[in-house]
Design a protein around this ligand. Structure first.
Ligand code: COI
Length: 350
């Protein structure tokens, strides 16, 4: 791998006690291009602009996918990546759906590890901060015929980040716009899934909400996921989350929480949750809590649900499941409890 280092690190310019989400980038990035049917030699180089033609394919047709993952600084100072294999697999599932060639495991893993080793000092230590990792893949051919690109770029950016949401989230149940449909790209982390959500999300924000809860495209009766995270609720003491389908992103935080809860013998139901059932449970005081689950969002409590002009309050107990499961996950990530599921991938300073 070709490595060109910065002459002078920018790390001293960063206020690590006040990190926003996804706005600060480390000194280096990884970049690799796919041309003539094969991946070239990866390169780590100073973080900075990638010159591109205005005819760059991804800008016109959105043939682009990405991942979101995190590395933590454990209490013993070692940096550790959370479930990188799961993100690698999901990136390539998304890529396949978008007719993008798969990224070889070695390129993804070795590239990521070498990049983190180089920017090791940028990984923050603390409870609600981490190194957000953004691998992405985009179509880079210079032509505007509507067919798959012939060349691609794989890139990894590192961003020391604070929490995505600053407090409890107010969600609006969306009944007009849809995020995904059967047979569509909802399960993929395709760039356009997020871009298309901005307009309905902005309308919800103008009405005082933080995020949308998407419902099914046919009848708007089934809860699906939220804009930036999967969603879960505890109803009558049972953890409920919509089952995965080709309309729902297979969240790695979601999967980790399900694994831990099943292991603890907590009652779990993965299956349909209707809007009616959720609102009735909330009104009858049987909705114990509700929260979003995602890499960026971690576990974000939901405090209000908006539906057809009405607002229903949701309890956000400080001794509830979202708080205890967030702590259990954080304990694994920071090396405070045994990594019994083998999720942490330690990266040592070279
Ligand atoms: C993530 O959680 O990593 C995501 O990609 C969500 C994005 C909206 C920040």
């Amino acid at each position: 791998m070709k490595i060109s280092k910065v002459n002078q690190s920018r790390i001293n310019e960063v206020d690590f006690s006040n990190l926003p989400f996804g706005k600060v980038f480390t000194d280096h990035m990884l970049i690799c291009t796919y041309e003539n049917g094969q991946w070239g030699e990866p390169e780590i180089r100073p973080y900075g602009p990638i010159p591109m033609s205005p005819a760059t394919h991804a800008l016109h047709y959105g043939q682009a996918v990405f991942e979101g993952m995190k590395a933590y600084r454990k209490d013993n100072g070692v940096v550790s990546i959370f479930r990188p294999e799961a993100n690698f697999q999901r990136l390539n599932r998304s890529a396949e759906r978008m007719t993008i060639p798969p990224v070889p495991r070695e390129l993804f893993m070795d590239g990521l590890i070498q990049l983190i080793q180089l920017d090791y000092d940028w990984v923050p230590a603390g409870e609600d901060i981490s190194l957000y990792i953004r691998p992405f893949l985009y179509a880079s051919s210079e032509f505007i015929a509507a067919r798959p690109s012939e060349s691609y770029v794989f890139c990894i950016l590192l961003s020391p980040s604070g929490p995505y949401y600053s407090g409890a989230v107010k969600v609006k149940i969306e009944e007009k716009f849809v995020r995904s449909a059967d047979g569509g790209v909802g399960f993929a982390k395709a760039a356009g899934n997020y871009g298309a959500a901005f307009y309905p999300t902005r309308l919800a924000q103008e009405a005082g909400f933080t995020q949308i809860i998407w419902t099914d495209h046919k009848n708007h009766q089934l809860i699906e996921e939220s804009g930036t995270m999967n969603v879960a609720m505890v109803i009558d003491g049972v953890f409920r989350t919509p089952a995965l389908s080709d309309r729902i992103l297979a969240g790695i935080t979601r999967d980790s929480i399900l694994t831990m809860l099943r292991d603890q013998g907590y009652p779990v139901q993965e299956g349909p949750v209707t809007v009616d059932e959720l609102l009735t449970a909330a009104r009858e005081g049987r909705l114990n809590e509700m929260f979003g689950m995602g890499t960026a969002a971690v576990i974000s409590p939901i405090s209000h649900i908006g539906y057809r002009g009405q607002i229903v309050e949701v309890p956000t107990p400080t001794d509830g499941l979202s708080v205890s499961i967030k702590k259990a996950l954080s304990d694994i990530r920071l090396g405070r409890t045994a990594d019994k599921y083998g999720w942490m991938h330690d990266v040592f300073r070279p």
